[in-house]
Structures are given as C-alpha cells and as structure tokens.
Write a protein that binds this ligand. Structure first.
Ligand SMILES: NC(=O)c1ccc[n+]([C@@H]2O[C@H](COP(=O)([O-])OP(=O)(O)OC[C@H]3O[C@@H](n4cnc5c(N)ncnc54)[C@H](O)[C@@H]3O)[C@@H](O)[C@H]2O)c1
Length: 323
C-alpha cells in the first residue's frame, strides 16, 4: 500500500451559500486537490447561517467520501482559519460592494496572515473579485468560469470535446469590461492542432464578437433563468483553477489567471488583471508575445483603467497602508 498523503485543511467561506453547496462536494470528491489527497473541510459563514452549514456538514459526512476526514462548521473566523496551515481557502453592484467587501477581505487577509501558510492559495469568487485580490495579495480571482464558458461554447460550435480546445484567452477585469478572446484559440482534431479561425473562415469575425458578448452576459442570463447565480459551474471553475495552480499546466498550454500586473501588454502595474499564464511548481508566468489587434488593444486598455478606478476606491476605503 502506498504511503498516504498528509491531510490538508481547506477553508470555504460563504459556506452556507449555493456555490459552497456544490464546491464542498466537489472538493471532498478530489476535484481540486486530486484523487489521493485526504482533507479536512473547514466551513465558515455568518452566525445566522449555522443551521444551513450544519445541514451541509451532515450531507458531506453522509456522502462517505473516502478523502474527507472531518468537517468543521463554524461562524468564528479564528476557529475557521486556525490550522489552515496546510493550504487554501475559497470563498450587488460593483462600487457599492467595494467599500463593504474591502473591509471583510482585509479582516480575512489578517486571519490568513496570522494562521495560514505563506504559500496558502486563495481563489476569490465574490465580486469585485480582482479588486478584492488587490486588498489581500496572495490571492487569485475567478477567471476560469468565463474561460470554461467560452471553451464550452467553442466545443459546442465545432462539435468536439471541450478537452480538445486550447488557448482561449480571458483578459482584464471580471466585469462587463472583461475581454474573452478566441482569436488565437485552437482545436485538436485527430491529434492535429488547428486554429478555430481556420476552421470557421469568414464566419470567424462574427463568431469572435458574438462569443465575447455572450460570455460577458452569461452570468446574468443564468441568474435570470434560474433565479440564482451560477453555483455549480462557478464551483467547478474554482476546482479547475486550484488544480492547475497546484499541479501546473502541460507544456504549451495556457490558462487564464488573475495575477498582479507587471505592466505586460501595456496594462497598468500593480492591479490584479487576468492574463493567459503558464504554471510550473505553483509559479504563474504571464505568456508573452501574443499578437493583438485594435479591438483587443482598446478593450484591454479600458479594463485596465476600470481596475485602476476600483483600486483607488478600495484604497480610499481602507487606506493604502492596510492593503
Ligand atoms: N466570479 C463569478 O463568476 C461568480 C459566479 C457565481 C457567484 N459569484 C459570487 O460568489 C459569491 C457566492 O455566491 P453564492 O451564489 O454562493 O451566494 P449566496 O448568497 O448563496 O452565499 C453567500 C454566503 O456568504 C455568506 N457570507 C456573507 N458575509 C460573510 C462573511 N463576512 N463571512 C463568511 N460568510 C459570509 C452568506 O451568509 C451566504 O451564506 C457571491 O458573491 C457571488 O456573487 C461569482
């Protein structure tokens, strides 16, 4: 029998919410940290949500997931963040949210600083996710859901498996200014990689625009259809993102990640911006040299400006020294 991996602790905040309801089960089944990684789940939500959290805790235990060694449900951040030393955590209108959420994220950042390992990895789903990352630094926002949505739509258009789609790019802020771009995307058919643009020919210009607009609107469309936000696909995206962050990306494969801008592609420095990255041993490197046309250029510039404004709003709320 092979030696068992050391047990890790995974903290989910907003644990009584609908994203957490899907996310907890996916993580317990090994979708984020792999099929051999045993774990303890720490669940955190507000005191008035203790009942709903307890229900989730019971369901998780009733699922008899072999990897799941314990579930702790609490409304006390000190208990929840305590001993997350072995790794990770997840978690209205935009500018209204910045003020209230910046304070919550500052407090949670302080807990992570006090209790978590320095290489603790955090995926933020709560909007405005890029700017909340800025408040806490060692975080990433969720760009993977938009990438997954685009990959799903390209695969559906070309009638291939989503696993065969490569190099879909998401640029910018997680807001209406986001720029999903399939102009360099490719598809592997019979072991041969081909640009989506080659397959679609003249239709590509229309498809690129329509896909981009559709991804930006998709979240609201799902809310209108379900009366709830996209809980399951958001939870799956958090798992995909965390798995790639930990295990790395295969040679030549890029995925979207929200990282601190170093000024690449003419973006403002020191904001959390979504770029195409490659990941090796937990280190995310922005992929260089992607050619962009005027459409991409102006959308990336616009998104960068918006993120600078959000950053200023967050800093005004909690003060530069607290970021
Ligand atoms: N980035 C994306 O693409 C994307 C997609 C779906 C959802 N979201 C966002 O993810 C978040 C979760 O979505 P949901 O549908 O599960 O929402 P939800 O309203 O069902 O759940 C949110 C939970 O967070 C809890 N909460 C609030 N303040 C808290 C605090 N200070 N500490 C701990 N818990 C707290 C609430 O009590 C609630 O149980 C929302 O902000 C939503 O907008 C983002």
């Amino acid at each position: 029998m092979s030696k068992e991996e050391q047990i890790i602790r995974v903290l989910i905040t907003g644990a009584a919410g609908q994203v957490a309801y899907s996310l907890a089960g996916l993580i317990a089944c090994g979708m984020a940290f792999g099929p051999k990684q045993p774990l303890i789940l720490n669940l955190l939500d507000l005191p008035e949500k203790t009942g709903a959290m307890e229900g989730l805790r019971m369901e998780l235990i009733d699922s008899a997931c072999p990897l799941l060694r314990d579930v702790i449900a609490t409304s006390d951040p000190v208990v929840a963040f305590q001993d997350t030393r072995r790794r990770r955590q997840m978690d209205m209108k935009r500018y209204d949210l910045i003020a209230s959420n910046a304070r919550i994220f500052k407090d949670q950042g302080l807990c992570l600083d006090a209790f978590a390992r320095k290489d603790c990895k955090v995926v933020v789903l709560t909007e405005p996710s890029n700017t909340m990352c800025y408040v806490c630094r060692n975080f990433t926002a969720n760009a993977r859901l938009d990438y997954n949505r685009a990959v799903g739509q390209i695969a559906s258009k070309l009638k291939v498996s989503a696993a065969n789609i490569r190099n879909m790019i998401i640029w910018g802020n997680h807001s209406d200014s986001m720029h999903p771009d399939c102009s360099v995307a490719s598809v592997v058919i019979n072991n041969k990689s081909q640009r989506v643009s080659e397959i679609l020919g003249e239709e590509m210009i229309y498809f690129r625009t329509q896909l981009s607009e559709s991804i930006v609107k998709r979240g609201n469309e799902i809310i209108t259809a379900r009366g709830l936000s996209s809980g399951w696909s958001a939870a799956k995206a958090v798992c995909d993102q965390m798995r790639d962050w930990i295990t790395g990306t295969p040679q030549g494969i890029m995925v979207p990640m929200t990282v601190v801008s170093d000024g690449s592609y003419g973006t403002p420095k020191e904001i959390f911006f979504t770029f195409p990255v490659e990941i090796q041993r937990g280190r995310r490197s922005i992929v260089r040299g992607i050619k962009m046309d005027e459409v991409s250029r102006s959308k990336i510039d616009f998104s960068g400006k918006e993120l600078m404004q959000e950053k200023m709003a967050a800093v005004a709320e909690i003060g530069e020294g607290n970021v």
